[in-house]
Design a protein around this ligand. Structure first.
Ligand SMILES: [Fe+2]
Length: 365
């Protein structure tokens, strides 16, 4: 989203105002207001020449088509040729990745060859999502009902890491490294009893102790390869937390590598938005709310702030259902209150969620 100075006559209805509008030192309309046709005609009375509005370069800001009330945006996306193509590419990539992961764990004599093949294939992951209309995060949300194994989790973490790297303005080389770190971070899980990994519901203490072995197991597999050591460390440290409450070593802030801190954020977000046999995927806004609760103690503050703003920006113009049953489109999120956006409902009503603490986004529709 960019701020664009737009001649008043050309401002599309339902755009978001990016700056307070004052006339003779009197506030006419605050930043963040939705420019409804009524508000626009009121503003026109003051004979202003232009307004600063938020513009999403990829998408227009017109109200949602009425058809959305019959067929949801998610349904439309799933039926699009872009998604069908993504699903096909994703499934074949996943199958090849799965074979490579097993070979890496079970065939130590060929580890380097397998790593070379994983690195080579990961270079083409960007081609998985070539849609103009939908980004990788949209596609991942749609894929969740089809597949949610350790392998798809790793592939999703890798794709989200790539987006996160760009939000952090990382170099192309570092984004590639980050993508690989995300892809391989959970490889140690393949050494853990599958019944424990796939067990629905809460784990018993001894089962959780087994799970806790996977970061070290992953590190031991990867350390024999010529991959960058930061990738080895991401496998080892992706469950460590800034306050020392993580595992396997309970190390703190400065002892955790930067790349590991990034992967740990994406790992939690991806896992919480995943389907489990005992629950549906959690709404991304709910996940961000939960992560915000832990933001100051568990995660690097600068990183989590960039992550929140990057993720929420991908939900602008997405259709959602609120806890009171209202349905509409996310139009604007303030940086400080990303989980309380402004919603333009399909019936034309505008809901500023920050004025309704009781409301939350129930799901994407
Ligand atoms: Fe893990």
């Amino acid at each position: 989203m960019n701020i664009v100075s737009t001649p008043l006559e050309s401002v599309p209805p339902y755009s978001i105002l990016a700056e307070d509008v004052y006339v003779n030192f009197t506030l006419i309309s605050p930043s963040g207001s939705i420019l409804t046709p009524t508000l626009l005609s009121n503003i026109k009375k003051y004979q202003l020449e232009s307004l600063n509005i938020w513009v999403d370069e990829k998408k227009d800001s017109s109200p949602p088509p009425a058809a959305l009330t019959r067929k949801t945006q998610l349904e439309q996306m799933k039926q699009s040729s872009d998604f069908k193509e993504f699903k096909q590419n994703y499934t074949s990539t996943l199958s090849s990745f799965q074979q490579n992961m097993y070979a890496l764990v079970n065939d130590p004599s060929h580890q380097q060859e397998v790593i070379n093949s994983i690195v080579e294939e990961s270079l083409h992951y960007s081609e998985l999502h070539t849609s103009e209309e939908y980004n990788a995060l949209d596609m991942i949300i749609c894929m969740k009902e089809f597949d949610d194994s350790t392998f798809s989790h790793s592939l999703n973490v890798s794709l989200i890491c790539e987006a996160f790297g760009s939000w952090l303005n990382m170099s192309k080389e570092n984004i590639e490294l980050l993508r690989l770190a995300g892809l391989l971070h959970d490889i140690g899980k393949l050494t853990i009893d599958k019944d424990i990994i796939t067990k629905p519901g809460k784990l018993l203490d001894h089962e959780f102790n087994e799970i806790k072995k996977h970061p070290l197991a992953g590190y031991q597999i990867l350390k024999n390869t010529d991959l960058d050591v930061r990738i080895h460390y991401a496998a080892l440290q992706h469950h460590e937390k800034i306050d020392g409450s993580g595992y396997p070593f309970g190390i703190k802030e400065k002892q955790i590598h930067y790349i590991s801190k990034i992967v740990s954020i994406v790992d939690v977000y991806e896992a919480m938005t995943a389907t489990r046999c005992y629950r549906k995927p959690m709404c991304p806004f709910k996940v961000l709310q939960i992560m915000r609760h832990d933001a100051t103690t568990k995660y690097d503050l600068n990183l989590i702030a960039t992550f929140f703003s990057g993720i929420t920006s991908t939900y602008i113009n997405k259709s959602v259902e609120l806890s009171d049953g209202s349905k509409g489109v996310v139009k604007y999120t303030a940086k400080s209150e990303f989980d309380k956006p402004t919603i333009v409902c399909f019936n034309g009503k505008i809901i500023h969620m920050k004025e309704h603490p009781e409301l939350y986004i129930k799901e994407l529709i």
